[in-house]
Design a protein around this ligand. Structure first.
Ligand code: 13P
Length: 252
């Protein structure tokens, strides 16, 4: 399966900084990568990023994504972003259920499943994030937690589950510099793969990304694992040279 390297810029960037970052990326993308590449940018910059992409041929391989979406299609939901609006702005992906949204915005498993459904209905691929906290891992509850989080999305999306991208992001590894070892990550990915297999005969289509302090140094060993189909990269996606190295590590 083609790997997917997706950057999650989180709440970072500016008009000036985005232009520098994408220009450096374009300069480094001298040949068409054999993996899929995406950048999930803050919503106010979606149009700018699309314009920069249109202006630089080397960026044609970089898909654009958003970082959140409303569970509702449209209406009186001040401040929310409709999936149809993201589609209008050329988004191919949208991150849903990131741990920062679960933690700081009280997003539940049910809401995350509804957001994934809204994205799919608009033709935008949801990158559904799941992962355990340090306390849950230390209590031996990793498998139970990620299975519960994925089960909600499977339950809410039926046969469409094969259309999602899944991202396993252990909360304790996000922004901490502590990465799950390739073996630790693979063990969880194998559990998730089995759960998807039980839910759909199209499970082989679902990419399962790893996220959490993936960087230019550790990417290759993580991406070499049989059930790790790519990465969701925070901090290192803000540095063009690091992101390019991760893309290079994902070449098959
Ligand atoms: P870091 O790569 O900065 O740890 O962030 C991971 C992440 O949360 C991607 O969604």
């Amino acid at each position: 399966m083609k790997k997917l390297i997706a950057g999650n810029w989180k709440m970072n960037g500016s008009l000036a900084a985005n232009e520098v970052l994408l220009t450096e990326l374009a300069q480094g993308l001298t040949s068409q990568p054999s993996c899929d590449v995406a950048v999930c940018v803050p919503a106010p910059y979606l149009a700018q990023v699309q314009a920069l992409k249109a202006a630089q041929a080397a960026l044609s391989c970089v898909e654009v994504g958003a970082q959140d979406v409303s569970a509702h299609a449209s209406g009186a939901y001040t401040g929310e972003l409709g999936a149809g609006m993201l589609k209008d702005l050329g988004c191919c992906y949208v991150i849903v259920g990131h741990s920062e949204r679960r933690q700081y915005h009280g997003e539940t498993d049910l809401l995350v499943a509804e957001k994934a459904k809204a994205a799919l209905a608009a033709g935008v691929t949801p990158i559904v994030c799941i992962g355990e906290t340090l306390t849950e891992r230390e209590a031996g509850r990793t498998e139970e937690v990620v299975k519960r989080q994925l089960a909600a999305v499977i339950h809410g999306n039926g046969h469409c589950i094969s259309e999602i991208v899944l991202a396993y992001e252990p909360v304790w590894a996000i922004g901490t510099g502590k990465t799950a070892s390739p073996e630790e990550a693979q063990a969880v990915h194998a559990v998730l793969r089995a759960q998807l297999k039980a839910a759909t005969d199209q499970s082989a289509r679902v990419k399962i990304l790893y996220g959490g302090s993936m960087n230019a140094v550790n990417a290759a060993s993580l991406l070499a694992q049989p059930d790790i189909d790519g990465g969701l990269i925070g901090g290192a996606s803000l540095k063009a040279q690091d992101f390019l190295k991760i893309i290079a590590a994902a070449q098959v």
